[in-house]
Design a protein around this ligand. Sequence first.
Ligand SMILES: [Ca+2]
Ligand SMILES: [Ca+2]
Ligand SMILES: [Ca+2]
Length: 469
Amino acid sequence: MKKRFLFCLIILLSPCLTSLAQTVQVGNTTLTQREVAVELNIPWEMLWGNDDHLWVTERNGKVLRINPQNGNQTVVLDYESTASAFGESGMLGMAMHPDFDNTPLVYIVYTYLPAGTFLLKEKLVSFDWNGTELLNETVLLDDIDAGSIHNGSRILITPDLKILMTTGDTGSGNLSQDDAELSGKILRINLDGSIPDDNPTPNSYIYTLGHRNSQGLTIGLNNQIYSSEHGAQQHDEVNLIEAGRNYGWPNVEGMCDNTVEENFCAAFNVKEPLKSWSPCPAVNDLVYYNHPAIPEWKNSLLMAVLGGLDGGFERISQLKLNDNGTEILEENQYFNEFGRLRDICINPHNGAVYIATNGSNYPGAGPNRIIEYRNLNFLVNGINNPSSNTAKQFIKIAPNPASEKCQVHFSANFVGQSYQLISYTGQLIQTGSIETDNLTIDVGHLASGYYYVKASNTMGTITQSLLVK
Ligand SMILES: [Ca+2]
Ligand SMILES: [Ca+2]
Ligand SMILES: [Ca+2]
């Protein structure tokens, strides 16, 4: 059942960084919406970094580090010419070393064309973080077959310091059952790129097989691993991952529920999904939520859903688990008004969630945004909003929505820079210089719709949406 939820507009009385605040009700908990950033370029992976920033891969090859308070974004890696992005390929999953303070390594998967070839490949690498940028790329595992479709790839570092990495079948389903191929699998890899001694098959990276294209991977209670997986037309899946098991593709879709599938499942140790969906809504990132800030979501998987080939299923699904995490008890759906939802992450301090939108249609039209949902009544150390006053960079727009003129208030460090007003379809509407920290912009001549103001200074770039009515 789809759960309907209420939106209400809150007239903004307090000086915070968003001009439009909407709320969403989750049972007895009220979540307040806030736009963190707009104008991203197909945000693919978004995670909460140990440095309390959002880290985002853009599929076209950049890594951004975003201040969740004010949306300031800096490019910490620009691999647009290296990570070959076409179709579904490009820069994909990312994870940080669990002891990032002492071992500042960032792990990334991206696709590439080896010199002199036209055969796309995929590799897992690490970079050093020097506080400003990612550098010193180290290859851990490369030469994995890739394609314009079905490349996975989420990565997860488990408490025993192994990397789990999903790979896709590259459009060739027969690879998924072939234990000589790394495609269509979940791989388990030491942090230095070698094969763990305790993998299910000696001298093999393969941890599980029979996957089509898994693009969600997370860890829950008792270190249980869950993945989401795209089906073909029917049977998107969420799976509980067990070492050495076969997940069926391409011989089995969804449950083992016809004679041919039952025979295959019995012969090849197939693990059925915890849940499957038909027609495919295009399931993507998974995170495990267990924070007290949203009690209704405790012990749940939150799953970003892209919407399916023809759209219509875009949402975040809350999948409530049983106490030992082995069953999905119910599904509730939220946030279905932003288009394709690719990714979700959690602020571990205040329990807020961030969702990354991938625009209205495949494979990533704008607007690509990051939106926060937070229970403002949940206090961290008795304080409601400890860092909102420390934001040193901001753009505030009022009124918003606007129909004739609006005031755009920039933080003082933008004075002397220029701003851009851009439509959600990417058209540059106007530019101007920020001569004072408070500009009046005439929007009366603009077509109704969403726009955003963008400004940069030495601290980085920030954006703020504006609705013209
Ligand atoms: Ca994520
Ligand atoms: Ca399966
Ligand atoms: Ca089936």
